[in-house]
Design a protein around this ligand. Sequence first.
Ligand SMILES: Cc1ncc(COP(=O)(O)O)c(C=O)c1O
Length: 386
Amino acid sequence: MSSERRFYFDHAATSWPKSEKVMHAMIDFMRDCGVAAGRGGYRSAVEADQLVNLTRKKIAALIDAPTPSCVSFHANGTAAINVGIHGIIREGDHVVVSAAEHNSVLRPLDDLVSKGKLRLTVVPVSQQGNVDSEAFIGAIHPDTRLAVLTHASNVTGALQPVSEVGRHLRETSTLLLCDAAQTFGAIPVSVKDLGVDLLAAPGHKCSGGPLGTAFLYVAPNLHEDFQPWVLGGTGSQSESLKMPKEMPGKLEPGNLNVPAIAGWCAALSDLMDLESRRAQNQVVATMLRDGLRSIEGLEVYSGEGPLPVVSVAIDGLPPSDFAAILDSEFGIEVRSGLHCAALIHSCIGTQGVGTLRVSASAMTTESDIRYVVDAVRQVAEEMTGS
Ligand SMILES: Cc1ncc(COP(=O)(O)O)c(C=O)c1O
């Protein structure tokens, strides 16, 4: 890695840099404790367990979960979503999703469709990636088992009408799974306000935790019948060949990534005022969006909300070349392509090639935003000859 300054604008993939607090917490844990949680009865093992449960409590408080047992830890957002889907879905079920979903939602569902186990309805989104709540609700039938709606698109940052859908579904038997990958830690995310039955989010994006962290929320009324997707040792009821029935243990076989959870726990301490975080994000999002929209010849795809995640494209310049120019000539790190969202591009008109995604964080400075907007303007001017 060269010593030149990096202008990191790929926060929608993972946040960087992580705070000193997070790094210290991870090192401290590995140096001073370093053992598996929920296994041994010696002091350091109990300490590791307490750390995991403290983090669980913090997440439960942040998302308004009725008890910490609703929160299980997973390796990443993808694993949490898969555990959520497989825990609920039964053969022959009908599922509704939006076209803005990430492949961590679409691929497990498509796999079940191709095995003849599921019927899937995909609801299209607008050119800025917004789901129309009426269209989404209209696709849900009395026999729909599950609706999956991302809280915000990872391509355009568009916030989706999860609470509207949740309110509607309260009177039905359809369950609602929300993918809060792009919002947890950026804006308030309350399972009560959203009216969701399941909610998954990684810890390594907006909440500032390290890679290797994620949680799944499962509403208490689903605990008993919820099917574990990965089976194995839990450090409890080891005489039995069956998974324990208790939550969250039955969703957490195998050793947890306690060093990463230690880092995440430290990051969560700084997250308690999410209304201020939302306001900070809104300022950054508006500045980034307005700056990019002022560039002639640049197509901008972005929701209007508080998330600083904006996709752009220039006619005749493949997004991968665009990203390579920004990296090599300006030290700007952005992502190009489809962003693991297979279906949104045919709705926003970027199928095949995808977009260049510029994603910032609440901490991104005004001068860094000006720098990236100016760099994109220079590339656009060269392309359009203006
Ligand atoms: C909307 C959305 N859902 C799910 C995921 C998957 O998260 P992870 O990369 O932690 O598996 C991502 C990651 O980019 C995402 O943006």
